[in-house]
Write a protein that binds this ligand. Structure first.
Ligand SMILES: [Zn+2]
Length: 275
């Protein structure tokens, strides 16, 4: 696989889901081999936070990167868009602590990247390591695994008591086309009975019916859905963003069931340790 960066720059502003803080993100081309990395341009000396597994410092309801007080939160949808669109190297400048949630999906990021276009940075095909043996992590009945496969694929299952969600599975190949069509538009979802608790815990300050699907006992509060199984597709979006912190996607079939950012990152760490 050749490496790519953006052909130009793009800017997008919006509110962060948990902090409720409005930030502006500017994504710029980066040199070959630099990877994807954040720059907190609002702080003295503009500290750099690499989008790598080693930089993950919190996984409660979103994936947070950083060191000490310097962090950037809810990176998963933007990182999924970059990885899904094939951007290996990018400088992501942000002027606050959390990536904007936008419409709750990766669609706006993916469309922006498509509009700017990519440039190829290496002509030679680089060997992508393949997963040779199943690698898995589990917690209760939730698990995430990477299984040897002839092409990279993501499959996910979720199971909720709420009838509007219920048991859902989705599986797709990891190609740019599949990502744009089937995964990028899938929005964040939340459960009505958890919202009050999360708000009391100081979370989801930027959440609203405009940027997250909310499900109650009687169904969705803000239909229509973009896909009948939009929630599980969003889980694939989160998984793609989290696994992208490896810096590349090893050839494998990634399968997850009832997992969370915490388990996604645990699998990524285990892959790093083993291959
Ligand atoms: Zn998400």
């Amino acid at each position: 696989m050749a490496q790519h960066t953006l052909a130009g720059e793009m800017t997008q502003a919006g509110v962060g889901l948990h902090s409720g803080v409005t930030t502006k993100v500017r994504i710029l081309p980066a040199e070959l081999g630099k990877g994807r990395y954040f720059v907190r341009v609002d702080l003295p000396d503009a500290p750099i936070i690499p989008a790598q597994v080693a930089a993950v410092n919190q996984t409660l309801l979103s994936t947070q990167l950083g060191k000490g007080d310097v962090c950037v939160r809810t990176v998963e949808h933007l990182l999924a868009a970059l990885a899904g669109m094939g951007v290996n190297n990018a400088r992501i400048e942000i002027d606050g602590p959390e990536v904007p949630l936008l419409d709750g999906s990766a669609q706006i990021w993916a469309e922006g990247i498509a509009q700017v276009g990519l440039v190829c940075q290496s002509s030679e095909d680089e060997q992508i390591p393949a997963i040779e043996h199943p690698i898995w992590v589990r917690q209760g009945d939730a698990f995430v695994c990477a299984v040897p496969a002839s092409e990279t694929r993501f499959s996910y299952g979720i199971d909720f008591d709420l009838p509007a969600i219920g048991n859902q599975w989705h599986s797709c190949l990891f190609t740019t086309e599949d990502f744009i069509r089937d995964i990028a538009p899938a929005r964040t979802f939340g459960l009505l009975h958890q919202i009050e608790y999360l708000q009391q815990s100081g979370l989801i300050k930027g959440g609203s019916l405009e940027n997250a699907l909310v499900c109650g006992p009687d169904g969705w509060l803000n239909p229509p859905l973009r896909f009948a199984n939009e929630p599980v597709r969003h889980k694939i979006l989160d998984l793609v963003g989290d696994i992208s912190l490896l810096g590349y996607f090893p050839q494998a079939h990634f399968v997850a069931y009832k997992a969370s950012h915490n388990l996604h990152i645990e699998l990524a760490q285990k892959i790093l340790d083993l291959i």
